[in-house]
Design a binder for this molecule. Structure first.
Ligand code: GTP
Ligand code: MG
Length: 292
């Protein structure tokens, strides 16, 4: 039996979270077309024959932080690097840029086994891959270079075998029926945040945090009552989020409800509120609360 932790690191938006979900076989971490969607490290668990991998999804690499949220995201990434037995650098099918070079420096310092996953190969012609692979292998001796498409589930078996080689012989680290280390309360807040990342433009998603304040799980009730608060930074953002006659916020609720119901296996009543918490991105205690 082999079991260990693999950290997936990389530039924002390269598809780390999509890859984690594809490998776990279920959605455990949220995905959006906007960069810096993931804010906390999160464990997804992959179980295979004689193999269990703890996949550490991490926030996209930030060269320079502007506030405490950015600092916290960078710390989450650093901790995942420390905890992991091996590292998967995830990149887009392009020659390495500044961010990839910085991350390779971190990998070198860690002295851990590292392999490269080139994701989104469905977006480029095959002929373009070879020069990209060559330029990466000149920079660092990756144990393997694996081209994949996470959305098309293409090449996933090669990723799993690269991971299997990189983790130690060990009893399973986690219960075999677990999919993630995060409590369901956190996952529900994340699903709501994912909708906001996908529904709203400009800076709104980046200034939004979601906290599930009430999760009434009583079995005697036909529906579970959930109260979630969406925090924003400014009054103008609150207006935009709610929309005319509350229509925009209502659409978020209608869209996310079935997915929450699927997650907890019971119909819900979802009460969504918007509150202003000025400069929350610089409040350590509040940021910590978004993790629970
Ligand atoms: N075409 C294509 N798109 C992909 C693939 N994998 C991910 N994407 C898209 O890339 C975007 C970013 O995906 P995420 O999984 O959120 O990326 P991430 O690296 O976790 O991003 P951060 O959390 O912001 O660092 C989404 O729109 C995904 O649908 C892929 O293999 N092919
Ligand atoms: Mg992510």
């Amino acid at each position: 039996m082999k079991s260990g932790l693999v950290a997936l690191i990389g530039r924002a938006n390269v598809g780390k979270s999509t890859l984690v979900n594809s490998l776990v076989g279920q959605k455990v971490t949220i995905v959006s077309a906007k960069p810096h969607t993931t804010r906390h490290r999160l464990l997804g668990i992959l179980n295979g024959p004689n193999l269990q991998i703890g996949l550490l999804d991490t926030p996209g690499f930030l060269k320079q932080g502007r506030d405490l949220l950015d600092t916290s995201m960078s710390r989450e990434l650093a901790t995942a690097l420390e905890d992991a037995h091996a590292i998967a650098l995830v990149a887009e099918p392009r020659t390495p840029g500044d961010i990839e070079l910085d991350l390779i420096t971190h990998i070198k310092k860690s002295r851990k086994n590292a392999f490269l996953v080139i994701n989104k190969i469905d977006t480029v012609a095959k002929a373009k891959l070879l020069p990209i692979i060559e330029s990466y292998s000149k920079i660092f001796p990756f144990s393997e270079i694996v081209p994949v498409s996470s959305t098309k589930s293409d090449g996933l078996n090669s990723v799993i075998s690269a991971m299997a080689k990189a983790v130690p012989l060990h009893e399973p680290l986690f219960p075999e029926d677990a999919l993630t280390d995060r409590p369901v309360r956190f996952l529900i807040g994340e699903l709501i945040r994912e909708r906001i990342f996908n529904f709203y433009r400009h800076e709104i998603p980046y200034d939004v945090a979601v906290i599930l304040e009430t999760f009434d799980e009583r079995n005697d009730k036909e529906r579970n009552y959930l109260r979630a608060v969406v925090y924003v930074d400014k009054p103008s953002q609150k207006q935009l989020l709610i929309g005319k006659k509350g229509n925009a916020l209502k659409s978020v609720g209608v869209d996310v409800r079935p997915e929450i119901e699927k997650l907890i296996g019971k119909p819900i009543y979802l009460d969504l509120w918007v509150k202003i918490n000025p400069k929350w991105r610089n409040k350590a205690g509040f940021i910590q609360n978004t993790l629970k």
